[in-house]
Design a protein around this ligand. Structure first.
Ligand SMILES: [Zn+2]
Length: 512
C-alpha cells in the first residue's frame, strides 16, 4: 500500500470508507485534521474517525483500522498523530471530486529510530516563517520529528536578540553574496519564533536551534569584534568556505557572552536538545593568541584540539543546568575531552571516522548525517535519489555495541546555493522521503518506493510543492558527472579564487 514511510504491516480488505468534509475527527484525534484542508474535501456522508490512547503501546506506535462505517486509531499520543498522517496520505491518493474512498485495511506501525530529522541552514540564505511552516507540514506528513535550524554562521545571525542587539543590526545583514552586491538580511522575531515553535509542536515536531561555535562565527565577530582573538573589525562574510576567524577560547568575555546568548536562545526553543556545532574550526588564531595560550596552560591542556573540547564543555555545562542535551558535529569529539552526555552528529568521513565508531562503542549517542548520501544541497547528479535511498544508517564500522547508540538519521540542507523556496523544495523532495524511510526502518525495495513516492506527488502538489521528475532524481552516470563538475565549478568561482589569492598575498606580506 502506497504510503511513505512504508508501514511495518498492512493488510487490505474489500470495501471503502468515504472520507469527506463531514468526517468527524473525535476523541484524541480531535484537532489533528488541520492538514486535510490541503485536500479541498467536499461534503459527503457523516462518519467518524475515533482515536484512543493505548497505554500498552509506545508513544510513537499506532494501529489504524479502516472499516466501511468508521476509522479507528489506537496508539501512543504521537502514534495517533502518525496514524492521522498515514490517513492523510491514503486520502490524497484516493481523492476524487473532493471525496476520498479509503480502502478497508489494517495497519500496524512504529518507527525503528526515535530521532528522524531534517536540518535547514537559514544563515547562508534566510527563509521567512511562511516557508518554515510549509517545511513543517512536509516533515509532519513524513513523520519526521526533529527540525534542526542552523541559525548562525559566517554569513548571518538569524534570531532576534534583545541581549545583543548588534547581532540583528550588523550580524543579520550582509552586503552581498560573492560579489553580486545584493543585500541578504533577515531574522526571526521573538513572536515569529514562538509561532513557529507552536506550529511545530502541533505537528509533533521539536525545533532544535544550532549556534555553531567556535568556528562559523563571523556574523558574531562582525557584531562584537571583542569576541575574536585579535579584536579586529570585520564584515559579515560575503563568500563561503571555512574561515580562520573563530571565537577566542581564552578570554572570559567570550564565555560571558555565550552564556547569555545560549540562555536567550534556549528561552525561545523548548526542545530538550540544543546544537552547538563545533565543526570546521581551524586553530590558527588560537595558536597566536596570548589569551588562548594562557588558557591552554591554566587548564592543563595538551593541544588546541583539547582547548576546543574545554571551550564547548563550558557551554554544555551551562545548557545542562537548563536540562538540555547538547548535540555537536563529529569534529567536536576529536579533541578527546568532550563531555560524555553530548550527542555526536556524524557527517564527515574525514580521516577519522574510526573515532566516531569508537565513541559510539563507548556509549556516545550518534545521529547519522553522512554527507555523501544525506546532504540535500548536493545536485541529484552527485547524490541521486537511489543513493540516498539505499544508504544504510547502520554502516560498516559500527560494532554491534555501537549500533545500539545510533539514535537515528538527519538530512541537512545547506543553503549557500539555495536562495529560493522553489529550489529548497526541489533539493529536499523526494530525497527526504528516502531518509524518512530509513529512519522509520521500512524494508528496502527501491522499485516499490518509487511507486509510493509517485503516488504522493499530488499531495505535495496540493501543498504547492513541485518535486523533480524521477528522471531528474536519478540522472545516470554521464549527466551525473556533468552536474557534479558544474556544482564544483560554481562553488569555487572567481570570488573564491580571488579571496584565496588575497589570503596568500596577505600571508607572504606578513612573512616579509
Ligand atoms: Zn584567543
Amino acid at each position: 500500500m502506497p504510503t511513505v514511510p512504508k508501514p511495518i504491516s498492512f493488510t487490505k480488505d474489500e470495501g471503502f470508507f468515504e472520507l469527506s468534509k463531514n468526517t468527524v475527527f473525535s476523541g484524541v484525534a480531535k484537532g489533528m485534521g488541520g492538514l486535510f484542508s490541503y485536500l479541498g474535501l467536499a461534503s459527503g456522508v457523516e462518519n467518524r474517525l475515533t482515536a484512543v490512547i493505548d497505554d500498552g503501546k509506545q508513544d510513537e506506535e499506532y494501529m489504524l483500522q479502516v472499516s466501511p462505517g468508521e476509522i479507528k486509531i489506537i496508539g501512543g499520543e504521537r502514534g495517533i498523530y502518525y496514524g492521522v498522517m498515514t490517513l492523510l496520505q491514503l486520502a490524497a491518493k484516493n481523492l476524487k471530486d473532493g471525496i476520498a474512498n479509503i480502502p478497508v485495511c489494517k495497519i500496524d506501525d512504529r518507527p525503528k529510530y526515535a530521532y528522524r530529522g531534517f536540518m535547514l541552514d537559514v544563515s547562508r540564505h534566510f527563509f521567512p516563517p511562511s516557508t518554515i511552516k510549509k517545511i513543517l507540514d512536509v516533515l509532519s506528513v513524513l513523520k519526521i520529528n526533529y527540525f534542526h535550524l542552523h541559525i548562525s554562521d559566517n554569513q548571518g545571525y538569524r534570531l532576534e536578540s534583545k541581549e545583543f542587539p548588534k547581532l540583528n543590526e550588523i550580524g543579520s545583514v550582509r552586503a552581498g553574496t560573492r560579489g553580486d552586491g545584493k543585500e541578504v538580511k533577515g531574522y526571526y522575531t521573538a513572536a515569529e519564533i514562538e509561532e513557529m515553535v507552536g506550529y511545530a509542536l502541533e505537528r509533533r515536531i521539536e525545533i532544535i536551534p544550532e549556534l555553531d561555535i567556535p568556528g562559523h562565527t563571523i556574523a558574531l565577530l562582525a557584531s562584537y569584534p571583542y569576541l575574536g582573538c585579535e579584536g579586529k573589525e570585520m564584515k559579515v562574510a560575503e563568500t563561503f568556505g571555512i574561515s580562520d576567524n573563530i571565537l577566542c577560547a581564552g578570554k572570559e568575555s567570550t564565555y560571558e557572552f555565550l552564556y547569555k546568548l545560549v540562555d536567550e536562545i534556549a528561552s525561545y526553543f523548548p526542545s530538550k536538545y540544543f546544537h552547538l556545532g563545533g565543526d570546521e574550526a581551524p586553530k590558527t588564531k588560537w595558536k597566536n593568541c596570548p589569551h588562548c595560550k594562557k588558557a591552554l596552560i591554566d587548564n592543563n591542556l595538551k593541544s588546541f584540539s583539547e582547548l576546543q573540547s574545554h571551550f564547548i564543555n563550558k557551554i554544555i555545562e551551562r545548557l545542562e543546568q537548563k536540562g538540555k542535551t547538547v548535540i555537536v558535529w563529529n569534529e567536536a569529539i576529536y579533541g578527546g575531552l568532550l563531555k560524555d552526555g553530548a550527542i555526536c552528529q556524524y557527517w564527515s568521513d574525514g580521516k577519522k571516522p574510526r573515532r566516531v565508531f569508537a565513541a559510539a562503542d563507548g556509549g556516545r549517542k550518534t545521529i547519522i548525517s553522512k554527507f555523501s548520501p544525506y546532504y540535500l544541497d548536493y545536485p541529484y547528479g552527485m547524490t541521486p535519489l537511489k543513493k540516498t535511498y539505499n544508504f544504510d544508517p547502520e554502516m560498516d564500522g559500527f560494532t554491534s555495541e555501537g549500533l545500539k547508540n545510533i539514535m537515528g538519521v538527519e538530512a541537512p540542507l545547506w543553503t549557500e546555493y539555495v536562495d529560493t523556496e522553489e529550489k529548497l523544495f526541489y533539493q529536499m523532495l523526494p530525497r527526504l522521503m528516502a531518509v524518512a524511510e530509513s529512519g522509520w526502518g521500512s524494508a528496502k525495495d527501491y522499485t516499490d518506493f518509487k511507486v509510493r513516492l509517485e503516488s504522493l506527488r499530488p499531495l505535495f502538489a496540493m501543498m504547492g510543492i513541485k518535486m523533480p521528475s524521477l528522471g531528474e532524481c536519478d540522472p545516470g552516470p554521464i549527466k551525473g558527472a556533468i552536474a557534479t563538475v558544474k556544482f564544483f565549478i560554481n562553488a569555487f568561482d572567481r570570488s573564491m579564487i580571488n579571496s584565496s589569492i588575497n589570503a596568500i598575498k596577505a600571508q607572504s606580506e606578513r612573512r616579509r
